[in-house]
Design a protein around this ligand. Structure first.
Ligand code: ACM
Ligand code: ZN
Length: 626
């Protein structure tokens, strides 16, 4: 086979320095545990053993491809102990070939073909993004030790296989709130690494909120001198007293513009677009702590150290200098982030101060607006014009629908799916991120024994996995507006990065599969088996993770309406759920759960999980519906 289509190629040679690279297994068929599940996998007989394959061929005309090869080499050399050098002349001996093929447009921007036989590993793609995802799948064919940061002994071979793969959705997002808690540049990179192995391509970076402003803005230095710091409190989040006069603000941090450029470049090497969010006109107390003149009342403000509900404070959009401030900030932000998008928040803006502010009321009159919702809409549309004039597109949370949607806005549907459906019907792009399934600040196991998390909600691995981003209500034409989905990591209850990993790492795998894998390939049982393999990889990487829920998830099938039939589910597979409706403790002689349950309220449902003929300890779950 010839891979050189007339493009100059060069090669990387691996020199084996380790002495224990032994391939010995005679087993012919292998489990493939790739997450997210690929479109098609054909397993063949035999193996490709690493010591036979010491050259990586790549398209020298494309820096992206060189970077991908380097990413692969870095990972392999760390864990296998191999050294790699480059060479231009060894195409015939190449063990690994990375090949861009412009005839493969059917694979799209992100698809790839990965072929492994005993002599060669070939990844072919239409675009470099696809090669990167091919590498991610390839790495998952190696033993878990490949993920280690130090040299590990292993049987460095991979099964012969032929994979053809491409994603279901173009927008596959993960969010991180760095305001409620601050995470270092190094930690943000570690988070981006987790996105990369899951083929997630958008990183929504929530950079500003009431509890801290985290991005250096040259024109407004007090945003980070003052706005990035708050008083430290030890009470649980929602019980924290506000800062008092004279108290020292010692908790916080921010990213310099150089840090931001470094992180954006790091993400770009992993084919991840970083979408910055500057939340407005609510969630801006950190701004007012630095520049109170941009608020409606010019009072004394201090960065909020914990919970802040209901919110009171809002940008004075009647004030021209506040509008100028927003545009100045966005100018610097848009310069720093090559993303096609900028996210302007728009959520949870409580407008009572607008009702009392003469300048905001004047603005309403000036533009013949009916009310404060229309004022928010006017403001967001004004910001959108500015964003569009800079060649970018604007995303906002679904509250931006209230009072009228800005002409070209993309809507992030978080309060449910209705906002997303409404926007799609109006011909607007939509990203689905409903809190009912995709908020990873909710506990993933028994809230009574888990670390404190947001509310008392339970969002299990299985629940994330069960989410279908494409609303059945939409016509084929309208469905085109659903760009994809995203899971959100609000960090009120995640005081350090290890806790972020714990909350996000497993459920991110489920999110990855619902946005990458075609619905006909989605299968929770298969996913659960594969994630157990992923956990071994997390062990090698030193990533903290949850093994999923140990209790029964008991909830209305339609969680939003809180009525109708009740669904019982478990994160385990090959397990049965037994339940009672009379308050008694369930046993394996109780009713077995096989289908949705009709309930008459009030009712107490109690359930246990039985696996391998054993009642799982800690699985007893009680839920009262009143
Ligand atoms: C949000 O959760 N406030 C978007
Ligand atoms: Zn005002």
């Amino acid at each position: 086979m010839k891979y050189n289509h007339g493009i100059q190629l060069f090669a990387i040679i691996a020199i084996i320095t380790g002495s224990t690279l032994i391939s010995c297994s005679k087993k012919s068929k292998h489990e493939i545990n790739i997450i997210p599940a690929p479109l098609s996998i054909k397993i063949a007989d035999g193996y490709f053993a690493l010591q036979q394959a010491n050259v990586i061929h790549l398209d020298n005309s494309n820096h992206n491809v060189e970077n991908i090869a380097q990413y692969f080499v870095d990972k392999l050399s760390k864990s296998t102990g191999l050294n790699f050098t480059t060479d231009n002349n060894l195409e015939e001996e190449a063990g690994f070939v990375l090949q861009l093929d412009e005839t493969l447009d059917s694979l799209g921007q992100e698809g790839y073909i990965l072929n492994v036989d005993k002599d060669k590993v070939l990844i072919t793609a239409f675009k470099a993004n696809g090669l990167f995802y091919g590498i991610q799948s390839l790495l998952q064919l190696f033993p878990p030790q490949v993920e280690a940061n130090t040299v590990r002994q292993s049987d460095w071979k991979i099964p012969a296989v032929s994979i053809m793969d491409k994603p279901r959705f173009a927008y596959r997002g993960m969010h991180l709130d760095v305001s409620r808690h601050f995470f270092t540049k190094q930690e943000v990179k570690q988070y981006i690494d987790l996105l990369a192995i899951n083929k997630i391509n958008k990183f929504h970076w929530h950079l500003t909120d009431d509890q801290g402003w985290r991005i250096e803005i040259k024109k407004y230095p007090k945003l980070t001198e003052i706005g990035a710091w708050r008083v430290e409190r030890t009470e649980i989040w929602h019980n924290r007293p506000e800062a008092k006069e004279g108290e020292k603000a010692t908790y916080g941090g921010f990213y310099t513009q150089e840090d931001i450029k470094e992180i954006v470049a790091y993400a770009a090497h992993r084919f991840i677009e970083v979408i910055p969010e500057i939340d407005m006109p609510g969630h801006m107390v950190a701004v007012f702590a630095a520049y109170p003149e941009f608020s409606c009342d010019n009072e004394t403000y201090r960065v909020i150290p914990g919970g802040y509900w209901p919110p009171r404070d809002i940008l004075c959009v009647g004030n021209d200098s506040s509008l100028m401030f927003v545009k100045d900030v966005l100018s610097e932000v848009m310069e720093l982030f090559p993303s096609q998008y900028v996210h302007i928040g728009g959520d949870e803006a409580v407008k009572t101060k607008w009702e009392k502010c003469p300048k905001c009321q004047q603005r309403i009159k000036q533009h013949n607006l009916a009310n404060e919702n229309e004022l928010q809409s006017w403001f967001i549309s004004d910001v959108e014009q500015f964003v569009l004039a800079h060649g970018k597109r604007m995303i906002g949370w679904d509250e931006i629908l209230e009072g009228g949607l800005a002409p070209e806005a993309t809507v992030m549907s978080w309060r449910g799916t209705e906002g997303g459906i409404e926007a799609a019907k109006m011909g607007h792009d939509v990203i689905m991120t409903p809190y009912s399934h995709l908020y990873l600040d909710y506990a993933q196991d028994n809230p009574a024994t888990e670390p404190i998390a947001m509310h008392d909600n339970l969002t299990t691995l299985e629940r994330v996995y069960s989410y279908e981003p494409m609303p059945a209500e939409l016509t084929k034409e309208e469905q085109k507006y659903i760009l994809g989905a995203q899971a959100n990591v609000w960090t009120e209850f995640m005081p350090n990065y290890k806790h972020v990993e714990y909350m996000a790492s497993s459920r991110m795998c489920a999110l990855a599969e619902i946005v990458w894998t075609m619905p006909e390939k989605k299968d929770y049982e298969s996913f659960r088996k594969r994630i157990e393999e992923r956990w071994k990889r997390f062990d090698e990487m030193g990533v903290k993770y949850s093994k999923g829920s140990t209790i029964v998830d008991i909830r209305f099938e339609n969680a939003e309406s809180k009525k109708g039939k009740v669904r019982l589910s478990t994160d385990y597979i090959n397990a049965s759920i037994y339940y009672t409706l009379d308050g008694s403790e369930p046993t394996p002689k109780s009713l077995i759960y096989t289908k949705l349950i009709d309930v008459e309220k009030p009712i107490k449902i109690r359930a246990i999980i039985v696996k391998d003929q054993q009642i799982l300890p800690n699985s007893l779950t009680t839920k009262l519906f009143e």
